[in-house]
Design a binder for this molecule. Structure first.
Ligand code: 6R9
Length: 654
């Protein structure tokens, strides 16, 4: 184990890194000042990262006032996102690898897909979509494993102006049908099976189950990933491989407006229903491309690997859109970090000579627990920059990442951002900033973070302050609305603190002016870097016939960051039992998906409620954390004895 006690608090970038970086400390200073004092001028120039069909004249038209929230960037420009990610590279790098696909089983061959081949496949897929009746503005749900077809499908949608909505392949049929119906999709693209970690999920049969709850007109395009058995409904199901073979590889990219939606991505909020976050075309692409280049200090010829799944925003921005807009070589990995063993990530880094590696703290913690021998057997000498995302990284994991993986020579970019933000909002830059383990350090260009006193909304000026994090001005990658519910968009992000975008995160600005994210302040928990609304898990639990009431909170978990702690009150006459415990865990997995599987269930004869009937989650959180001493004021509870019972119960468990 590295000696964390005596480790220095801040790590400066190496001289080598500073000498070659896109942005040095003094450049950061002057560019950042420009980006906030002359936002128009700054983003006008950055808009040049995109090839426009019709150049924009307007840069920014933004209103954060409640009741009038509207966000527009480059609004009179036209472009095609797929042409920016593929076609424009053909002349200069047609034979360069665009995507390296690394399959789940290391015994199977990796695929190297050049920009030329990517172009042909995207065009074919675009023609397949059109032949199935998909038109500009239509929604297409993508429910695929991490296979090249996922990228083809995204880019094919972008090419014809359809809006994709990816559903993570770990989600259940119910979650899938809710998302298909939520955006009224015309088509769902899936695969027969999804191999992952040596096991296969039956995606097509999940899709069959989901489609039972969708309109009859929804069609299903199936990629044969394993060739395993599936059921087939003629007239509804179409074989993607067969259709691609026959499709033409000529497809004209549609001329889209900068503010036309590119994708919808459902994410969890503090209330029950997931929100369809809408990102548009011109601003999103500009921001994804810029952050990919600057934050990872990506240079031409580098091999970039983001280990996320395309089902999450990280996969959208940093596997597909950002890297491909920059003409990069990007890796798509189908597997998991621990299969066949805990050296897999490092084997892949060695095999493909990875230069920038981007993963989540939960993966680092899991691998750290397996010991460093798995890393030390691999040649990681090509690594230049390491990144983390998804949740706060604890210093122990940070130090392990730095010492064992990076050998102390790779800056770690701790990138704080959200599905809503489209790209990184705060992070150290590799050649500019010091790094402090666990700190997201500095705002990216154009980002104006502010720390507010949570109750009053008063701006906390100066350093050494802690409160809630809001952003004072827009940036091109910002979400534009919630699909079909602009009012909810305004209410969620712009009503608590007037005139600001509210992030839902707590934050500390330290004595040096560096930022530390302290975690969510709403009822959203972060399990292995996956966002989940406690309300979603609660409604899954109460849908079970034996459950009367449920309250769900997060609690500290060594590997996952946060675990899911459920307090369950059973229906009258039902008795707690080990079988029911297991049955409820399985129930939630089936209702939402394996990522929502409860870690702990506590039987609760009653829940602490205010007299108006509100569950006091603050108290439940403390009990789950075994912090019985600072429960705070319980005098407003309708029945304070409930708390004593819960504590006794909790203590007896241990
Ligand atoms: C990109 C992504 C967003 C929430 C966010 C915050 C947490 C993400 C973080 C981080 C501390 C980091 N989060 N990155 N917390 N340090 N570097 O993860 O999007 O799934 O929408 O989650 O994740 O709480 O609000 P998303």
């Amino acid at each position: 184990m590295p000696d964390t006690k005596n480790a220095p608090k801040a790590y400066p970038p190496s001289a080598d890194m500073v000498a070659n970086a896109h942005v040095t400390l003094s450049q950061y200073g002057s560019l950042y000042s420009e980006s906030v004092s002359d936002s128009e001028g700054f983003w006008r120039r950055e808009g040049g990262r995109v090839d426009w069909i019709k150049p924009f004249t307007k840069v920014k038209d933004v209103n954060f006032d409640l009741g009038h929230v509207s966000i527009n960037w480059y609004a009179d420009g036209t472009l095609n996102v797929a042409a920016n990610c593929v076609d424009r590279h053909l002349a200069t790098r047609g034979d360069q690898t665009a995507i390296i696909w690394e399959p789940d089983d290391p015994k199977d061959a990796a695929k190297h897909i050049t920009y030329k081949q990517l172009h042909a496949s995207v065009c074919k897929m675009a023609n397949v979509l059109e032949s199935l009746g998909v038109r500009r503005g239509d929604r297409v749900v993508i429910y695929l494993p991490m296979i090249p077809e996922a990228a083809y499908a995204m880019l094919a949608c972008a090419r014809i102006g359809a809006i994709h909505s990816i559903v993570f392949a770990g989600f259940s049929p119910d979650a899938l049908s809710a998302r298909i119906n939520g955006c009224d999709a015309k088509l769902v693209i899936t695969a027969d099976h999804a191999p992952r970690g040596g096991r296969a999920t039956a995606l097509k049969s999940n899709t069959d189950a989901a489609l039972l709850h969708c309109k009859d007109t929804v069609k299903c395009l199936v990629v044969k990933r394993t060739g395993g058995q599936t059921t087939w409904i003629d007239g509804r199901d179409y074989d993607c491989g067969e259709m691609m073979l026959e499709a033409s590889d000529i497809s004209h990219p549609a001329e889209m407006n900068a503010e036309d939606p590119l994708f919808i991505l459902y994410t969890s909020g503090s209330t029950g229903q997931p929100k369809g976050v809408v990102h548009t075309s011109g601003g999103y692409l500009t921001y994804a491309a810029m952050t990919h280049e600057i934050v990872f200090d990506y240079h031409d010829g580098d091999v970039f690997w983001c280990t996320a799944d395309v089902g999450w925003v990280t996969g959208h921005s940093y596997i597909v859109y950002g890297p491909l807009a920059n003409g990069a070589t990007t890796i798509m990995f189908e597997g998991v970090p621990t299969y066949p063993d805990a050296s897999r990530f490092w084997q892949v880094c060695e095999k493909h000579k990875v230069n920038q590696f981007y993963t989540a703290p939960t993966a680092i913690r899991a691998l750290m627990g397996q010991g460093k021998s798995f890393v030390e057997g691999c040649d990681l000498s090509d690594l230049k920059v390491l990144g983390t995302v998804g949740e706060p990284i604890n210093p122990e994991a940070w130090n392990w990442y730095n010492d064992v993986v990076g050998k102390g020579k790779c800056p770690i970019v701790d990138t704080w951002w959200q599905t809503e933000t489209g790209g990184h909002l705060m992070t150290p830059l590799p050649g500019a900033h010091e790094m402090k383990p666990g700190s997201a350090m500095k705002p990216f260009f154009g980002i104006k973070p502010m720390v507010l006193e949570p109750a009053s909304g008063e701006v906390l000026e100066g350093n050494d302050v802690e409160g809630v994090l809001v952003i004072a001005d827009s940036w091109p990658g910002q979400m534009r609305t919630i699909w079909g519910d602009h009012e909810r968009f305004e209410k969620t992000y712009f009503s608590d603190y007037k005139g600001y975008y509210f992030t839902g995160d707590g934050c500390k600005r330290d004595a040096d002016g560096d930022y530390w994210i302290t975690g969510r302040v709403d009822d959203v928990i972060n399990v292995s870097g996956h966002r989940m609304g406690t309300a979603e898990v609660e409604s899954a639990l109460v849908a079970h016939a034996k459950v009367a009431e449920a309250a769900v909170v997060g609690y500290p978990h060594a590997i996952k960051g946060q675990g899911i702690y459920c307090y369950v009150t059973l229906m009258n006459g039902e008795e707690p039992s080990d079988e029911l415990y297991q049955e409820l865990r399985k129930w939630v997995r089936t209702e939402i998906g394996p990522i929502a599987s409860p870690d702990l269930i506590q039987w609760a004869p009653g829940l602490p409620k205010t007299r108006s009937g509100k569950i006091m989650r603050r108290i439940l959180r403390k009990i789950a954390e075994d912090d019985f001493a600072t429960l705070g004021d319980t005098s407003t509870l309708a029945d304070p004895t409930v708390v004593t019972d819960l504590i006794t119960n909790r203590m007896n468990k241990q």
